[in-house]
Design a protein around this ligand. Structure first.
Ligand code: FMN
Length: 312
């Protein structure tokens, strides 16, 4: 396949594996890149030396380009921003803020910068500060989300900027990917579908919980605090939503989810941990590996485009 994103990133398929906190470490990132997509290491709030180590380990497993997702609210963000430049990372995606102050350093290091956005206004701002592309992420996605759906957000962002747009949120098969292309995207970013790959090192309980999930099984907590997060429903989301409805304050609510993703990913606590996942979990039904998943997704996409014939 050839799109502006395969050209920009030097990859075979226009697919990015979203940088997922605690989940997207080097085995997964390298597995996706080896399979022809772009794998990302999720830096989240991890110290810079952890990120450096992850980059070096990924390089042992693949010669292909991979990237790092940088959370701009991380206490270590200044150091992490330097590490990606020093280590020759090819692509950086950013979340939770404005990467403007690092742009010059990253450009000088030849890094392609792709901010994740949930609105047209932010996409435009990112274009103005030199982004090479944007990920437009709809609220169907797992993890921290905005308010607008992928279906409504992607075409509006496509119309709002002149740089390529990558659609994220709610895709796990060729129909979803084909739909994203029809909305004007030049690539896609998936997170939930990669949770159940062999290369993904999360606890098996987490994978099984995703596979068991149905279409209506996610909940969004944290709307009242201004930090909405989508997870699979469990004891934790139930308690959180109850407390939110009762008007609990930020600190009490924060306390409920503190360390929650770690508990789910590392300890396999799918009852009281934060099992972040998108709405498309209901369509993720079997464990697989990155190569098989990406090959299937794009074979399906091809078949969808071949089958499009609604006009005579
Ligand atoms: C467990 C999990 C953790 C995530 N953590 C992050 C993160 O740290 N940074 C980020 O930019 N996006 C994060 N995301 C969002 C993904 O990168 C991706 O955009 C999203 O999963 C795409 O939607 P989907 O879940 O419907 O495939 C996370 C998603 C999941 C499922």
């Amino acid at each position: 396949m050839k799109t502006k994103i395969t050209e920009l990133l030097g990859i075979e398929y226009p697919i990015i594996q979203g940088g997922m906190a605690w989940v997207a470490e080097y085995h997964l990132a390298a597995g996706v890149s080896e399979a022809g997509g772009l794998g990302l290491i999720g830096a989240a709030s991890a110290p810079a030396e952890w990120v450096r180590e992850q980059i070096r380990e990924a390089k042992k497993l693949t010669d292909k380009p991979f990237g790092v997702n940088i959370m701009l609210l991380s206490p270590y963000v200044d150091e992490v921003a330097k590490v990606v430049a020093e280590e020759g990372v090819k692509v950086v995606t950013t979340g939770a803020g404005n990467p403007e102050k690092y742009m010059e350093m990253w450009k000088a290091a030849g890094i392609k910068v792709i901010p994740v956005v949930a609105s047209v206004a932010l996409a435009k701002r990112m274009e103005r500060c030199g982004a090479d592309a944007v990920v437009a992420e709809g609220c169907e996605a797992g993890g921290h989300i905005g308010e607008t759906t992928t279906m409504a957000l992607v075409p509006q962002v496509v119309d709002g900027v002149n740089i390529p747009v990558i659609a994220a949120g709610g895709m796990a098969d060729g129909r979803g990917i084909a739909a994203a292309f029809m909305l004007g995207a030049e690539g896609v970013q998936l997170g939930t579908a990669f949770l159940v790959t062999e290369e993904c090192q999360i606890h098996e309980n987490y994978k099984d919980f995703v596979i068991k999930a149905k279409d209506i099984d996610t909940r969004v907590t944290g709307r009242s605090t201004g930090h909405p997060v989508r997870c699979l429903r469990n004891n934790q989301t139930r308690t959180y939503l109850q407390k939110e409805a009762e008007g609990a304050g930020f600190e009490e609510l924060e306390h409920l989810t503190l360390g929650g993703l770690r508990r789910a990913v590392i300890d396999g606590d799918v009852k009281d941990g934060s099992v972040m996942s998108g709405q498309i979990a209901g369509m993720v039904k079997e464990k697989t590996n990155c190569k098989a998943l990406i090959a299937r997704l794009f074979e399906e996409t091809k078949q969808v485009f071949k089958g499009v014939s609604i006009y005579e």
